[in-house]
Design a binder for this molecule. Structure first.
Ligand code: HEC
Length: 166
């Protein structure tokens, strides 16, 4: 008898506690769901463009650079001490267009005029590249690695070539 009384008294109390726990818990999940949806809302806000996309001709120039020039002059244009010069803010890169085109088309020895290079490597001429490719890669190095100089166009490359035919 006593045992039965005890059960009768405790069960309702127990149920109340259970319900309370259940309610609290569901409130909590609702709050979490709300929180989650706010997070997705925040994530859906478009990020401000931190890095402007390269215009197509510079993107093309980057491709040529990666395929042809990167092994020596490195991805950051820093070169390799004693082997290949950096392409960062140098007169050859930023200066006269035809001088730069001469280096790219005829190779690095073209500008040395008999002086001994301080770099162990020799850069061959890349005259086999098309006007567009040369213009793009020249423009790319003139506008990368912190450089800023007027791009070179394919018709400027064509003009250089026809003026410097042997
Ligand atoms: C085999 C390695 C090699 C490759 C590949 C190469 N270069 Fe060079 N480059 C050199 C070396 C070495 C010199 C330095 C020549 C010197 O001063 O004696 C040089 C010099 C230059 C210079 C003059 C740098 C300065 O301001 O002193 C430019 C510009 C240049 N390279 C651009 C390019 C471009 C663009 C490409 C790809 C189309 C390229 N190079 C590919 C090795 C390389």
């Amino acid at each position: 008898m006593l045992k039965n009384r005890l059960l009768k008294d405790t069960i309702p109390g127990f149920l109340i506690v259970l319900t309370a726990i259940f309610l609290l818990n569901s409130c909590n999940t609702a709050a979490k769901k709300k929180e989650a949806s706010t997070i997705t809302e925040i994530q859906n806000v478009p990020k401000p463009a931190t890095k402007a996309k390269l215009p197509p001709y510079l993107a093309e120039g980057k491709k040529v650079y990666r395929q042809v020039c990167l092994t020596c002059h490195q991805a950051n244009g820093g070169g390799v001490p004693g082997l290949n010069p950096p392409l960062i803010k140098t007169d050859y890169v930023l200066g006269d267009k035809n001088t730069l085109l001469e280096i790219i088309i005829k190779g690095s020895e073209a500008q040395l005029e008999g002086n001994k290079s301080e770099y162990a490597n020799v850069m061959q001429g890349y005259g086999m590249l098309g006007d567009e490719e040369i213009a793009n890669v020249a423009s790319y190095i003139r506008n990368s690695f912190g450089n800023k100089a007027e791009p070179i166009t394919a018709s400027e490359v064509a003009a250089y070539r026809s003026a410097n035919k042997k």
